[in-house]
Design a protein around this ligand. Structure first.
Ligand SMILES: [Zn+2]
Length: 386
């Protein structure tokens, strides 16, 4: 099985007596409430999704990641994992503090090893390739401010915001055990934050043809507010798998990380994370993890390619896929010789309008079982706002 990034799968989840001990201690500690975006990162650190990180980054790692796309020890890393604080005057280096989520539940204890500032213009320009506050990832960085605290964490309770069915919470240790149990040696991961329609179903199956297993791994942390909610998406993935995938070679689990829309840098991050989950391959589409027009169509594929050897994970690159009436099957811009008038392609807006009007998109675009779940969600939402 592929080794985690840095060699060891990190586990910062306090259990049993240790958890009890920390719970008691936390009552007397300074409490810092952190936003869902950062509780996602905290959870990712604790479960080993961000191995080898054991806590939020200090200045040396952050600057090295921003300027050189590697940790201070030289290991490839593309996006700094940071904990910003608006006012750190009450927090001292060497102090243990309790981190709480939006429910005021203590979720972790953090040993503060450093307090520092970063130059945000350099950070955003190097990592996001823009300092435009209209970019959702840049906006999140700017909203957090430029004061940070660093230090190792231990998780006591899983934070709120992980709004998905229990059975899909497959941590890296669990996905690794699952792949092992199934005897899979090669596993391709698929990153998504959208329901899967025919186009993606096709490329997932193309990818699966040459490996042992497919890990559908939707990101369920914070995304843009107009995305379909995680619970609904999980129902869509499940019904699609149950009806159209061979379950002997397909499994589903969630990635509790937040989206950053950092395009190429986030694609590298996604590759590191999937390596930690035990995957050997990762599907990288056009404009992977991009938003607006900030990144070139193939930039994410190129940047992942440039570090794939060091990471040891294989990028599986895809073009746009669609149903072609002239071909009489699913195809891509790489395989189909016909013009776009033969292709069944619908814009996101068109699909949303159809669903809200209780209309199934054409079967060449969307499986009816998936469409029906989305219609129930879209019309339910419409009823609430009416
Ligand atoms: Zn064609």
């Amino acid at each position: 099985m592929i080794k985690p990034h840095g060699g060891i799968l990190i586990n910062r989840i306090a259990e049993g007596k240790r958890k009890e001990e920390l719970e008691n201690k936390a009552q007397g500690l300074f409490k810092l409430q952190i936003e869902d975006r950062y509780t996602s990162d905290l959870l990712m650190i604790a479960i080993g999704g961000f191995s080898p990180l054991k806590g939020f980054m200090g200045k040396a790692d952050a600057e090295s990641v921003i300027n050189k796309m590697e940790l201070a020890n030289g290991l490839v890393w593309s996006i700094p994992i940071l904990l910003p604080v608006k006012d750190s005057s009450a927090i001292k280096v060497g102090q243990e503090i309790a981190l709480t989520d939006s429910n005021n539940t203590v979720i972790a204890v953090m040993n503060v090893s450093e307090k520092f500032d970063l130059e945000l213009d350099n950070y955003t320009t190097k990592v996001y390739k823009t300092n435009d506050p209209a970019h959702p990832g840049v906006k999140a960085v700017l909203d957090g401010g430029n004061h940070y605290i660093a230090g190792e964490i231990e998780l006591l309770n899983r934070p709120v915001g992980e709004n998905v069915q229990e059975q899909y919470k497959l941590d890296p240790s669990m996905s690794r055990a699952e792949f092992e149990k199934r005897g899979w040696k090669t596993i391709v991961a698929f990153q998504t934050r959208n329901p899967i329609h025919r186009a993606h179903e096709y490329l997932l199956k193309c990818a699966l043809e040459s490996v042992d297993g497919l890990f559908i791994h939707p990101l369920v942390g914070e995304t843009k507010s107009d995305d379909v909610p995680a619970m609904t998406r999980m129902d869509c993935y499940q019904v699609l798998m149950d009806n159209y995938f061979n379950l002997k070679h397909t499994t589903l689990g969630v990635l509790p990380a937040a989206m950053r829309y950092a395009g190429p840098k986030e694609a590298v991050m996604h590759a590191i994370i999937r390596k930690n989950y035990g995957c050997t391959h990762l599907i990288i589409g056009r404009d992977h993890a991009g938003v607006g027009n900030y990144y070139g169509t193939y930039e994410a594929q190129e940047v992942v390619d440039s570090v794939a050897d060091k990471l040891g994970i294989i990028p599986v690159k895809f073009e746009h896929t669609f149903y072609c009436k002239a071909c009489g099957n699913m195809a891509s811009t790489k395989t189909c010789p016909h013009t776009s008038e033969h292709h069944v392609m619908l814009s996101g807006t068109k699909v949303r309008d159809m669903l809200a009007a209780s209309q199934r998109p054409p079967v060449e675009f969307s499986r009816p079982e998936v469409a029906d779940i989305l219609i129930a969600w879209a019309t339910g939402k419409a009823a609430v706002t009416a």
